[in-house]
Ligand binder design. Sequence first.
Ligand SMILES: [Zn+2]
Ligand SMILES: [Zn+2]
Ligand SMILES: [Zn+2]
Length: 323
Amino acid sequence: MNSPLIRCFLNSSPKWKRSSFKERPMDHHDHHHHGTNRIGITIALNLIITVAQVVGGLVSGSLSLLSDAAHNFSDVIALVVSYIGGVISVKPSTDAKTFGYKRAEIIAALTNVVSVMFIGVTILVEAVKRVGDPVKVNSSVVIWLAALSIVMNGLSVLIIQKPSKNNLNIRSAYLHLFTDMLTSVAVMASGIAMALWQWYWLDTVLSVAISVYLIATSFKLLSATLSILMLFAPSQYDPDKLMKLIGAVDEVLDVHHVHAWQLTDTQFHFEGHVVIREDLCLSETVELRKRIKDLIRKQGFSHVTLELEYERCVDGDCTKEND
Ligand SMILES: [Zn+2]
Ligand SMILES: [Zn+2]
Ligand SMILES: [Zn+2]
């Protein structure tokens, strides 16, 4: 009875059945649907702001209004990219596209954040150009259109606020709209100052401050997006802690060839080789594997793949592997 082969034969009960390689529909979250609808409304609001500011900029001769219109127009493009990203990423996976299109929203978020940084630099350059060369503008048009922009962007922020915590894509759009609202507040304040005291320099100073803030906040989001694309482990992941937890399981001798990464900002994957002390037969490893997987899942990983090994690693010397 000590031979593993006999034990395995006695224990064996081939209950497994062939199942699809696709991920279960349960794995898909439905918050994207709400998020994309909200983005659709903000696209419409931004289009209205853009048209109003182009007309207002031409009528008043205000360069700041025209550049703000250019900004809002690139917002529309960025939001359309986000919208498409949100729609595509919920498409189901296939046998050939095993992850579906989940990374589409990461690519959309990257496009969005890069566009914000580009706009920030453009405003900064424009502001520097205006130093010592103030232009007289119709300040009341600036004030009214800035007020309209505050209302529209404020509305967009309220619409998009709810899903902003669990979705990088929506969060990037939210951050963008919020800084846009601050921009409009500054534009309105400078419009009032221009009307009262002809303080044209104030507009330049505010533009510099806002664009620097815009660039700085974008860096955080850019780093989060790039971390996912680079397959870095989620920031919550503590490798030493998890290795200790798995190592503390009696049956476990060693853990190696570990990969921990993020598919999206909410879905974490873990894979690794676990060497066990005893030459258990497959049916006996079910409970052990579940126990180890539960340890890993408690650390936030939703997709865990383990290769259980005894004495010899099938990949040869794992430490020499590069992937
Ligand atoms: Zn914007
Ligand atoms: Zn191995
Ligand atoms: Zn590997």
